[in-house]
Design a binder for this molecule. Sequence first.
Ligand code: MTE
Ligand code: MO
Length: 333
Amino acid sequence: MVKRFKPSVRLTENDVTDEAIYQDRRRYLKAMGFVGASSLLAGKANAIDWFSDDDESSFKGKPLDFSVNENYRISETKTPYEKVTTYNNFFEFGTGKEDPAEYADEFNTEPWTLTVDGMVEKPFTLDHAQLLNKFELEERIYRLRCVEAWSMVIPWIGFELSALLKEAAPLSSAKYVALQTIERPEQMRGQRSRFVGGGIDYPYVEGLRLDEAMHPLALMTVGLYGKTLPPQNGAPIRLAVPWKYGFKSIKSIVRITLTDKMPPTTWNRLAPQEYGFYANVNPQVDHPRWSQASERRITRGGLFSQERIATQLFNGYSEVASLYKNMDLTRFF
Ligand SMILES: Nc1nc2c(c(=O)[nH]1)N[C@H]1C(S)=C(S)[C@@H](COP(=O)(O)O)O[C@H]1N2
Ligand SMILES: [Mo]
């Protein structure tokens, strides 16, 4: 039998979140005039089970039909299912890492539609079933590097964003794609309150240059660990762009619009000096208030046994380098 133990003292959010991020969040809340930011110190007991051992029978969701893409089978230790699904950023449900898993049961992803429109010849809308059935699904194991300097290794299931965009036949004048998360305040507590939702103006929006969006690495993701996505991970469909900081991998997408103008993006709008449009993972370009040279890799074991590893340019996906060959990545961060 596997020996387990639980920490006798429950961790607070302040213990779990990197200090810089914690201060960052307080600073925004203060700047926006929320009083009593010190009350954040009294975060609730943390629900993350850092010591769990994965048991496949506990994986939630509907099993998917997919093939394994061997090109993306990396040998790094995968992040356990339990952590992938309980340590999340999804501010629509709250700013705490454990909030999405706790509050996303209120989120009903049926019915769902995803529309692709804008500068295209053939705009279209897919329903929930079509999102899972229209394209051949494959499993790819990707690294996910959050701008907060932690990272995971996740087996996603999905299809290339380029396949979706090609269906719409983009016009040659289209230069960017704008992506948008659902707006459903009655099911998303963070959209009902600026305090709970971290001061973000919802809906959450993201964007890519069209050539980035057409890169084979950009994956529309409908599942993880063999099953449909849990709501806290962005059900029923989210983006995975593994060479960029995690905030570019927008969740629960309802609309993708092709445009000729660089679209606004949520974190850039909130703090333009700290979060750029490109947000390519880059150990040489520090966040103004913390280093990006290394990251905390979340695998097995507790919070304090996690390994600190060197961050790689483009998160190790050097095949994207040609997209940026004549760009100063310090200026276009
Ligand atoms: N709509 C939406 N998408 C989002 C976020 C969010 O708050 N809202 N957080 C982003 C951030 S900061 C990260 S690190 C990843 C986290 O994905 P995960 O919870 O599946 O690991 O989702 C990204 N996508
Ligand atoms: Mo993130």
